[in-house]
Ligand binder design. Structure first.
Ligand code: M6R
Length: 615
């Protein structure tokens, strides 16, 4: 939520900042703003709407050229997305500019205090107080880094702040608590951003910032201290992807590109995880074998699409390890006082590694003595840093707000963890593990085959663009796939879409079925448990008898469904538990095409942001 960029160097700061914001726009796109230091003063511009509106404004009213600048693209929390509420926020003298991601929980009393001292605050935001507090502190210490440390010690909540002051024209200062901020180090220049994508075109050399740290950026280097002023240890790393991964590469939308990248993402996530003897070697899983053997329960916590990956993981974990597995929405987890102890293994799944709900669930679990394993796509992000162990998915940067390739790689990672637990605990024989791994290695080609046959799905999606509702049904692992199909449609097409366990239908939701209502049914493999397959064939007949238009996703060779399918989407045959890896793909394509046909921007759906860093 909200994208932040800071720059100090030799290039025109505005160009660097705007290009960075363009790459961070997925984090929020309600409004945008920039500020530069030039000619001994500070100049700023901000505008409601997407970055394009700000760029238009700058074309009409250009800012002076300077080599120090900051910028922001906003997902509104406090105050409507207006020009006034857009960041940067300035102090009354217009000497300090600050941008912020997160929520300052004690802003109301700070605001009252400032107003009492004669400050004039004009926006509805929580951020503006920081500009005024920084100005006050700077007036006594004349050091922006020190002023930031003093102010941060007074703030409550989660925040990333980036600020500059006209009296220190070659310095940008950042601070972070529970909200992402990374540093990029170039030759004679340095960057601050919510995500490395903002500066990857300039440098791949990055520094992770820890909690409660302040960073001072100058042309000749970077210093990091705690909020208490003590020098901090920092970890530098090399970003292992380049600028092309963060570009559309000829596709109209990032989402289309990311759907197409799934075969590679799945294959990359499997790479290097099996040794010559066929045993799994998950080197990043730093939880000892003995501890995993003593585990008596697994709990998965995640949000949104990652939560659906967790629901599928449950089937694999319970089937392959015989360990009970609970799956919980991270946002609900800590509020219900879950039963956790050192024998509970908690798996936190997150693409971004910054989702606040998941982070809070992770912290709660660790406080209760449980070990946490993160499944994450973003190197150096907070969730893997705070977890006991991590298994990285290798999807590459996912820019579109709707998660696609990250989901498939989360599934692969979940299967690997489940098999690994089975291997360590001896509930799966080596040859059984090798057989599943062989099937998993085959999946990347099968996903490619699915992608090559999507034109009829796109055509169907376009023909349904005027509908109000689409329902999704599934059984067993097909149920979370149905939930995921419905989520994609909701967030992209702004349609009423719901996923149900097919068996639940008769307990209420069947009342929703009416003439020509599109219902997508995910059919389990007939080669798996025939009873499961037979039951869903009956469910298809039940809804069809009530007028539904059935869109059936079924394996090649499954002839039993043919008489009842108004539209048939074929997927390759896979082992039952792995079917979500191929069954989800047509649903992603369906949602993307239907949303596009309705004229929606699938990369930046309304009201959403990619990385949800507030609770
Ligand atoms: O970064 P995370 O995986 O933690 O994000 C979790 C959800 O916010 C995310 O999956 C969201 O539901 C997506 N927009 C779904 O497409």
């Amino acid at each position: 939520m909200c994208g932040i960029v800071g720059y100090v160097g030799t290039q025109p700061a505005l160009d660097v900042v705007l290009a960075g914001l363009r790459r961070l726009e997925y984090r929020g796109y309600d409004s945008a703003g920039v500020a530069v230091l030039a000619d001994g003063g500070l100049a700023a511009a901000k505008k409601a709407g997407k970055l394009g509106s700000l760029e238009k404004e700058l074309a009409t009213n250009p800012l002076p050229v300077g080599a120090t600048g900051i910028g922001h693209t906003r997902w509104a929390t406090h105050g409507a997305p207006t020009d006034t509420n857009a960041h940067p926020h300035l102090d009354n003298a217009g000497r300090v500019a600050v941008v912020h991601n997160g929520i300052i929980e004690n802003f109301a009393c700070l605001r009252a205090e400032l107003t009492g001292r004669g400050h004039d605050l004009t926006s509805e935001t929580d951020t503006e107080v920081v500009a005024h507090l920084l100005a006050e502190e700077f007036s006594s210490c004349a050091d922006l880094g020190e002023a930031m440390r003093l102010v941060c010690r007074r703030l409550e909540g989660a925040f990333t702040l980036v600020a500059m002051h006209a009296d220190e024209p070659d310095v940008v200062v950042g601070a972070r608590r529970n909200s992402p901020l990374v540093v990029g180090v170039g030759q004679g220049e340095a960057f601050l951003a919510s995500d490395v994508a903002a500066f990857i075109a300039h440098t791949r050399s990055a520094i992770e910032l820890g909690q409660d740290q302040v960073v001072e950026l100058r042309r000749d280097g970077v210093t990091v201290t705690g909020f208490d002023g003590r020098p901090a240890d920092v970890r530098s790393y090399h970003v292992d992807w380049d600028v092309s991964a963060a570009e559309k590469g000829g596709y109209d939308y990032f989402m289309l590109k990311e759907i197409a990248e799934q075969p590679k993402a799945v294959a990359d996530t499997l790479l290097g995880r099996v040794d010559a003897s066929g045993s799994l070697t998950l080197d990043e899983v730093r939880i000892g074998a003995q501890e995993l053997r003593e585990t008596d329960k697994v709990v998965v916590v995640a949000c949104g699409t990652a939560f659906h990956a967790g629901l599928i993981a449950k089937y694999a974990i319970e089937h392959w390890t015989r360990l009970p597995c609970e799956v919980e929405l991270a946002s609900e987890f800590r509020y219900r006082d879950p039963i956790l102890d050192p024998r509970t293994l908690v798996i936190a799944i997150s693409q971004s590694g910054e989702t606040m709900d998941t982070l809070m669930a992770l912290r709660h679990a660790r406080e209760q003595g449980s070990k946490v394993l993160a499944i994450c796509n973003t190197n150096g992000s907070t969730i893997p840093r705070e977890a006991d162990a991590v298994l990285y998915t290798h999807a590459g940067p996912e820019v579109a707000v709707a998660s696609t390739k990250a989901f498939l790689t989360q599934l692969v990672a979940c299967y690997l963890v489940a098999l690994y637990l089975g291997q360590v605990r001896g509930t799966k024989w080596g040859d059984e593990i090798r057989a599943v791994v062989r099937e998993l290695s085959r999946i990347s080609r099968e996903v490619e085959r699915v992608l090559a046959t999507m034109e009829p799905v796109r055509e169907l999606a376009r023909s349904l663009a005027e509908k109000d509702t689409v329902l999704f049904l599934g059984r067993h692992v097909g149920h979370p796939v149905a939930l995921e199909g419905a989520l994609k449609l909701k967030e992209l097409a702004y349609m009423h879409a719901e996923g149900f366990a097919a068996g639940e239908l008769k307990h209420g939701p069947i009342a929703l079925i009416e003439e020509d209502l599109p219902v997508v049914v995910v059919v389990p493999s007939p080669a798996g448990r025939s009873v499961l397959h037979d039951k869903i064939v009956s469910n298809i007949q039940e809804i069809r008898a009530r007028g539904a238009r059935t869109i059936v996703v079924a394996e090649e060779g499954d002839e039993a469904v043919v008489p009842y399918a108004d539209h048939l989407i074929r997927i390759p045959a896979t082992p039952t538990l792995l079917q979500p890896l191929v069954a989800t793909v047509p649903l992603q394509v369906f949602a993307c095409e239907l949303a596009t046909a309705r004229g929606n921007d699938v990369d930046q759906p309304r009201n959403l942001a990619k990385s949800v860093t507030v609770e």
